[in-house]
Ligand binder design. Structure first.
Ligand code: F6P
Length: 541
């Protein structure tokens, strides 16, 4: 494979970028009055308007050429076929199998994995039915009213995001809480006001060795046993979700109370597996299956649709256009939906842990930008905080706006106002306001430059009819596949995360140095040594 930046398709894009740098969206729209209806695509209940992007038909053609030249189609086929495309860990990457309908065949190491997926889903459904129906009781015989998921990263962000997003579909009798941070404040806040006799902990960890999760799980066990006065309470108040049965057993949870998944499910791609148990408990098995069906609809669209109409491919290529050619460093995700408040955090892990890589599949350092910094908050709150920079700052920040045509809550005139703000922001970012327009309004001359908006700031608008489980599934799968396509073009392994290891290892070394009774011999750098000593002095004061 030739290095990406020496490919003719890359060079053609670089040359084209020179001609596009100074082109304004005002011009592009003026030249093509149909642009707003032409540069759109639709699939799985999602409508993507990418007309407010700084692209022409030529740009799109060149980007599609790049995708083809980089073998994206073959990579997609390899993923769906269960090939071990996570090369550094020798694993298949099959989150698509988690939402494959019964009867689909996806083979890994000679075994069709789909029946196993459905067997676990059925077990989860049976368990959820018992908990939700009151048949699964706590140690004292009381029904479960509180669910606390303990996990971090992919074992937390997906379920936490989805249970917020699907608030409207949740069983109001169940309280859902999430504990992730090793900061004890998280555990205290999550269990505040909960009755241990009515509380079920789901310890979610792919590896079951993650220090934050095990620390929180031990604290939870002590909290539960202390209140209920009997070690046997653990069997009724703890279930585990993991790929590591022996670790679950070691922790003291009976494997009968464990919901498994598989090493071909990456942590950040796992909310569709048993890691979604808290989501299923919250919204019920049927709604959970709708979530999976929505993701599956996007999978099918991704697998079978020509690239030019393929939502994940189009999103990915636009991202690369800004990331690599305009050198935009970040990507904002702005849901105009309060319930999607945790989506940006979820997408941070999905994108940044997947594509925050500095070497290609062969281990060669890359000489181009890989994954962007992903960030965002729901609208309209962000408008009164950081949108100033988006409109008038010196940085180019491509934005994804996400909204829903219909509201789920009928509380008055909120929804048209919310959508008006979404549409207004994309318009203001794209077209801005010229100095002439500002002056014509009678603005004093000294204020004119301050009140001018240069515009030409690109955004996507993603709309759906309403926020349903199926739409959420499609939306998340859209971003999963976008990240996949970008990783395929950048030739990075989007499925490992070695970058988190060094900090973990050092923390494991430092933790005993903080608590050792005798002064430890510190061999870190002078800064780290001084910080450790400062902690020790404070602890012993
Ligand atoms: O921090 C890295 C990471 O491995 C993530 O990829 C993962 O989602 C998270 O930790 C939690 O891991 P586990 O599910 O094994 O506890």
């Amino acid at each position: 494979m030739p290095p990406l930046t020496s490919r003719p398709e890359w060079k053609a894009l670089a040359a084209h970028h020179e001609t596009m740098r100074g082109v304004h969206l005002r011009e592009l729209f003026a030249k093509d009055p149909q642009r707003g209806e032409r540069l759109v695509a639709e699939a799985a209940g999602l409508y993507l308007d990418y007309s407010k992007q700084r692209v022409t038909d030529e740009t799109l053609r060149l980007l599609l050429d790049l995708a083809r030249a980089c073998g994206v189609r073959a990579r997609v086929d390899a993923m769906f076929a269960g090939e071990k495309i996570n090369v550094t860990e020798g694993r298949a990457v099959l989150h698509v199998a988690l939402r494959a309908p019964r009867g689909t065949r996806i083979v890994v190491d000679g075994e069709d994995v789909v029946p196993g997926v459905h067997a676990v889903l059925d077990r989860m459904a049976e368990f959820a039915g018992r908990v939700r129906g009151g048949a699964w009781t706590g140690f004292t015989g009381r029904p479960i009213r509180n669910i606390v998921n303990i996990g971090i990263g992919g074992s937390d962000l997906g379920p936490a995001m989805a249970t917020d997003a699907l608030r409207w579909y949740r069983d109001p009798r169940l309280t859902l809480r999430f504990v992730s941070n090793v900061d004890g404040a998280d555990f205290v806040a999550a269990t505040h006001g909960l009755d241990p006799a009515e509380t079920l902990f789901i310890v979610s960890s792919k590896t079951f060795t993650t220090i934050e999760t095990l620390t929180n799980a031990r604290t939870a066990r002590a909290w539960c046993v202390r209140a209920l006065g009997d070690e046997r309470a653990v069997a009724k108040h703890f279930v585990a979700v993991s790929t590591a049965e022996s670790e679950v057993r070691k922790f003291g949870i009976d494997p009968a109370n464990m919901f498994p998944f598989w090493d071909w499910v990456g942590g950040r791609y796992s909310m569709w597996s048993a890691i979604g148990l808290s989501v299923m408990l919250a919204i019920g098995p049927e709604r959970f299956r709708e979530l999976l069906a929505g993701a599956h609809a996007m999978d099918e669209h991704f697998r079978a649709t020509p690239f030019e109409r393929n939502l994940p491919v189009v999103l990915a290529l636009l991202g690369i256009w800004y990331d690599d050619f305009f050198r935009a460093e970040t990507q904002a995700v702005l849901p105009y939906s309060h319930d999607l408040g945790r989506l940006p955090a979820y997408l941070q892990q999905l994108d940044m842990e997947s594509n925050g890589k500095h070497v290609d599949l062969d281990g060669r350092p890359v000489d181009y930008q890989t994954g962007p910094v992903v960030w965002g908050q729901p609208g309209t709150n962000g408008q009164h905080a950081y949108f100033q920079l988006l409109h008038q700052g010196t940085k180019l920040v491509p934005c994804d706006f996400i909204g829903f045509l219909r509201d789920l809550d009928d509380v008055g005139e909120h929804h048209p106002l919310l959508l008006a703000n979404l549409f207004a922001q994309t318009e203001a970012l794209a077209f801005g306001k010229t100095a002439e327009q500002v002056a014509a309004e009678g603005v004093p001359a000294f204020q004119v430059p301050h009140r001018t908006f240069e515009g030409n700031r690109p955004s996507n608008t993603i709309l759906a009819e309403r926020l349903t489980p199926a739409v959420l599934g499609a939306l998340v799968a859209l971003y999963e596949h976008k990240v996949f396509v970008q990783g395929a073009i950048w030739r990075v392994n989007s499925f490992d995360q070695w970058g988190v290891e060094l900090g973990k290892a050092l923390a494991t070394r430092i933790a005993p140095e903080l608590t050792a009774r005798d002064e430890p011999r510190l061999t870190h750098d002078s800064s780290t040594n001084a910080l450790i000593r400062r902690f020790r002095r404070s602890a012993s004061a």
